[in-house]
Ligand binder design. Sequence first.
Ligand SMILES: Cc1cc2nc3c(=O)[nH]c(=O)nc-3n(C[C@H](O)[C@H](O)[C@H](O)COP(=O)(O)O)c2cc1C
Length: 395
Amino acid sequence: MPMLAHIGDHLIVESPTTGATRRDGEIVGVHHHDGTPPYDVRWSDSGRVSLVFPGPDAHIQTEARASAWPLSDAEVAALVRDASAAPSMHNAQPWRFRYFRGKALFHVTADLARTLPHSDEDLRALHLGCGAALMNLRVAAAHTGRPPTTRLLPDPDEPTLLAAVSLTGPPGDEEDLSALYPAVHTRHTSRAPFAETEIPEPVRTTLREAAGAEGVSLSFASGWHLQTVLDLTLEAEARNLTDSGSAEDLTHWARLSEQTPRSAAEGVPPYAFGPRRRGGKAPVRDFAGGKPIPGRESADFESSPQLALLATPGDTPKDWLRTGQAMERVLLTATLEGLSSSFITQALEWPDLRWPLRDPMAGAGHVHMVLRLGYGPPGPRTPRRPTRHTLDIQP
Ligand SMILES: Cc1cc2nc3c(=O)[nH]c(=O)nc-3n(C[C@H](O)[C@H](O)[C@H](O)COP(=O)(O)O)c2cc1C
């Protein structure tokens, strides 16, 4: 029987000679998906972490993990806070979570009271946001040593149920996700100018792999394709200026002042708008809708924006959920790589502008998201609804 361990288990090394001390330590890293050695062990006597290839005098004590079950309500709420740090269009936070304590199972559902009726008629952006929250939940669960097993459940008979995440599964590929955890609360949308510095090819490859791990293709637009994406975005921005529906969604969620229909825990606050664009080519949505905001500065944006498109062959709610997860996996990876990011979805909101966004040379199917990536100031943290409004715990 090979030695198997989870993060959180204890490694006990019995003393081989009389009088020598027995050592024990917490396993804080497992190097193989199947739980076999080596392990990173934090020794209880020294507090130091070392890489250990356990010998025949060592055994695993799993009581720590067993006693960690069930999750306390506070731990469940912490996982939901991590999930809710995800991006969502206009910060509408269109998600809810139900936790079934007895089964250690989360249901992620869509909150249809938080849709954007004009800018997101088919609910694609809603699914992208919920997919991003689902990715954060997977990362957070892996971080606590409970590798998640996820099933996507878009079901025409129950349209609000999007996914089930079980926390009782064996260690698997998902343990890798815990490395992304430090970025969950440091990733923010940055609507500031980025440097012209090119993202190095190895970093681009890492980002492509992050999307690929979720079954989604990520491609950086260049040459005529980049120009097409910029032109289509400009066209969408021009249409939005005179489109009462899109303006209505913006007014509903952009918190231009304290006198807003939304609570302080949702929507985009003025401090996150970024400067007004004076020059440069990077398209950044102006949440002020052209209205003056006291103290808001103007700035030149980059003239060679670095835009990455996320696409899948299909265009179903399941593809959108997959892309939402891939988008967040890319953004968390980018954050750890020192990149800042924002979103450019104006052209995606007009069906006739969305189709020509794709790069026919790359053979990519349906584009679901355009990300702007680069080196620049990090964005500010924006508010989230408290878990008492988003989480329901069942026996
Ligand atoms: C599907 C989707 C579409 C978005 N579209 C835009 C956009 O066009 N322009 C923009 O500046 N931000 C866009 N965002 C970013 C949200 O405004 C942002 O995630 C939200 O305000 C929360 O802020 P945070 O990302 O800093 O946590 C989008 C996010 C998602 C998930």
